[in-house]
Design a protein around this ligand. Structure first.
Ligand SMILES: [Zn+2]
Ligand SMILES: [Zn+2]
Length: 201
């Protein structure tokens, strides 16, 4: 198992709350966002501040961690490609189990997916996975700068918000093809050639 870095602001020290059930410890701090904290279209950039407001509560099996995380995700509007700042504000609550209680906890809570079980490792509680699970599902798949963003012109890419009257005289592609042929027909006399061919046959 990867060793947790006690210097990381995303890691809490379980010793701060101890093992006496009912004990509480509050932590307020700002941590730098980990890498890839978001999706391809919108994310909190690595190292940007995540404000954590956390309450640790000692329970029989481990430490119940309850809190909020807030920060600012950045991305681009999928319609007009403008930069977007999106406030992120998520709540979480997760039980971190003491290693010596983990076996028992699993028996009691057999339904619980073991992959999702969080353990206290070397007296440390790593919040990264919990924060990801809290924040990432709340991010929009298709972020927009505002709900009625008109986006870009499909013909030329102009910003429709800057130029609402914007339009193009659309020529039917079939007429456009004929217009392109017309001058050729006149200059090369292709119709005459056809007529000659018919006579020979
Ligand atoms: Zn937009
Ligand atoms: Zn246009």
């Amino acid at each position: 198992m990867e060793r947790l870095d006690p210097a990381s602001a995303l890691v809490l020290d379980a010793k701060d709350v101890g093992r006496r059930p009912g004990a509480m410890h509050a932590v307020e701090r700002t941590a730098g966002a980990p890498a890839d904290f978001g999706t391809d279209v919108i994310a909190v950039p690595e190292g940007q501040p995540l404000a954590l407001d956390v309450r640790m509560e000692s329970v029989h099996e481990g430490v119940l961690v309850t809190g909020t995380v807030s920060g600012t995700a950045v991305g681009a509007c999928v319609r007009c490609l403008d930069d977007i700042d999106l406030p992120v504000d998520a709540r979480f609550q997760e039980l971190f189990v003491w290693p010596d209680r983990a076996e028992h906890h699993r028996e009691v809570d057999a339904e619980h997916d073991q992959d999702e079980e969080h353990q206290i490792v070397d007296d440390m509680i790593d919040l990264e996975t919990v924060l990801r699970d809290a924040v990432l599902p709340s991010l929009p798949f298709q972020p927009v700068c505002r709900d009625d963003c008109p986006g870009l012109c499909s013909q030329c890419g102009a910003r429709l918000e800057d130029d609402p009257e914007h339009h193009h005289d659309v020529i039917d592609p079939r007429w456009a093809a004929l217009e392109a042929l017309a001058p050729l027909a006149g200059s090369q006399g292709s119709s005459e050639t056809e007529t000659n061919d018919e006579k020979r046959n």
